[in-house]
Design a protein around this ligand. Sequence first.
Ligand code: TXD
Length: 311
Amino acid sequence: MRKKVTVVGAGNVGASCALRIANKELADVVLVDVVDGVPQGKALDLLESGPVEGYDVSVVGSNGYEATANSDIVVITAGLARKPGMSRDDLLAANFDIVKSATEQSIRHSPNTILILVTNPLDAMCWTAQQISGLPRNRVIGMAGVLDTARYRTFIAEALGVSVQNVAAMVLGGHGDTMVPLVRLTSVSGIPLTELMDQATIDQIVTRTRNGGAEIVKYLKTGSAYYAPSAATVEMVESILKDKKKVLPCAAALEGEYGINGLFVGVPVKLGAGGIEKIYEIQLTAPEKAELDKSAAAVQELVDVLRPKLG
Ligand code: TXD
């Protein structure tokens, strides 16, 4: 039997996720959005690409959740995107309500599903989804680290004139200006980055990575990035559906790992059929740990604002 993935939010990221899932023939797709006609129209358009692209998956659009029943994975992208000058945190209150309702309805129809959160502010939305759903932590996962790491790897490959595939790296921490690119563990086919690049260039790349989302928003003016975000999300979807057990930086609910408790923070995890099958707790240097703590504190601030809204 084919796998089934629901994508909530048929906007830029959601529709791009649906396109990539169909193109890779990973699963049947259900697109859900509140806007009448948009998920239906985009789904039909995607379905009609099948004969050309050669995929046989079904793609259905809906304003309700009946068609989402028994999804293996639900990807939540529903929300408002950042406009120029708007921080991720400005989105907090509006997106809390949206993610709460998307989670409730998704879980009602797919109690055994794995949730992948994309909506910003990412780490706080993961927390919201877990509080609302009551799912165990292996089944609530946030997408941010794969995207942030992809941006970091792109800039390194570009600067060195090498293949992006040779750049191995991890960006940890929250999805925000306090994210933590781990320079010490970045390598190009095993060669430490620090042997290939001077510190000033590394610092520039780290700063550009931290501002990677804003750089795109500045160009687009009316929305935020979606090609790389959807690619990153679908890498996670694929690793779960195919039980590939990729080790990827994802937002996970920490219960004491890295000295952090009760918060979602980006850390290396193993993604397989069980969702998060392992959280890797790697040895950090004191400055790296301090950066991760700062990032976690930023996530904590948002969660403190949201907690009373849970009722
Ligand atoms: O790294 C990351 N995690 C991110 C996060 C990378 C890129 C984008 N990121 C965030 O994803 C972004 O800040 C937004 O919060 C979401 C979605 O971004 P996208 O660019 O796809 O926004 P759009 O194009 O505005 O699409 C959002 C859709 C839109 O069609 C709305 O009608 C719909 O969400 N929406 C809803 N769908 C279902 N249910 C409800 N309640 C709902 N409310 C709005």
